[in-house]
Structures are given as C-alpha cells and as structure tokens.
Design a protein. Sequence first.
Length: 181
Amino acid sequence: MQRAVIEQASRGDRRAFEVLTSQIIDRLFGAAYLILHDRTLAEDAVQETLIRTWRDLPQLRDPDRFDAWLHRVLAHACLDLARHERPERQTAELPAFLADDGTPEEDVAARDAIGRGLSRLTDRERTILVLRFFLQLSVPEISEAMRIPVGTAKSRLHHAQNAMRAAIDADSRVTLRGELA
C-alpha cells in the first residue's frame, strides 16, 4: 500500500502526500527533536523535510527506498539548521521507549542520563545515534542517509557510541562528586 501512495504522491497527488506524511510526521519530529534538542528547530526541520520531500519526490527512482531517502532528507535538514542556528542547548525530554526496563524512577533517571549525554555530543554524533537507535536504521541505511561510505558510517557510529558512553560516564562522576560533597 505505501508504494502505491508514494507513487501517487510523486505524481503530484496532494491527498496521497497528506496520507503519507500523516504516517511519518511524529517519527520525523521525534528524530529531529533528539538531534536538535530544541522544539522550534525540530518543527522547522520537519517542515523543511516535508517541503523538500514534496519538491523532490518526483525524482525518487525507487519508491521502495522512500524511507532511507526521507531519513537522508531529514538528517540534512537537521544538520543545516544546526549549522545556522546555535541556540542554547536544552536537555531534551526523551521518548519513554529509550529507557523503560525498570521502575518508573529508574526509567526517568535513565532517560535523564541519555538526554544529558546526547546534549554533550556534536550534531553529527547525535544524528548518527538517532538514525541508528531511534529510527532503527542499519549501518548501510545510515551510510545511504548520510551519503557516506559504509565503513565511514561504521566508524562514525563507533565513535559516537564511545562519545555517548564517555559523556554519560563523565556526567555520573560529576553527579556522584556533587552528592558526596
């Protein structure tokens, strides 16, 4: 069904495009918010993504690659906005599924640690982690979305994961020192 809707939208069918976007808009916003840590910028990134998607959809050769193509458009819209708009970073409130294995208190603490860790990363590191763990793209799909070789995607993902671990670890050491003082 989605292939038919994509094909109709690529031929300029506005209703098909509305149906298509209604299925993906929440996920796009969630990813943009995790990357940008700012609600207004995330809304702008989603709007820019939808504009670019509507404009460029007729050039999409393979409707089966729509999701990967759309994620690339979103990633580039977020990175473009991040380069031009440098707001004071806020800690993003993370979706519940990112940490929902324990008690409610443990879940809140885990989401808080993840949010603080993400806020310490570069835009590129955050983007690759969001593509992998929020949008659940494979390394080849990340490679395609970011227009980089698969080996580079693997390397950047590895470095981003290490940076995230280090950020969370550093934050927990600071918290412990603050509690002991």
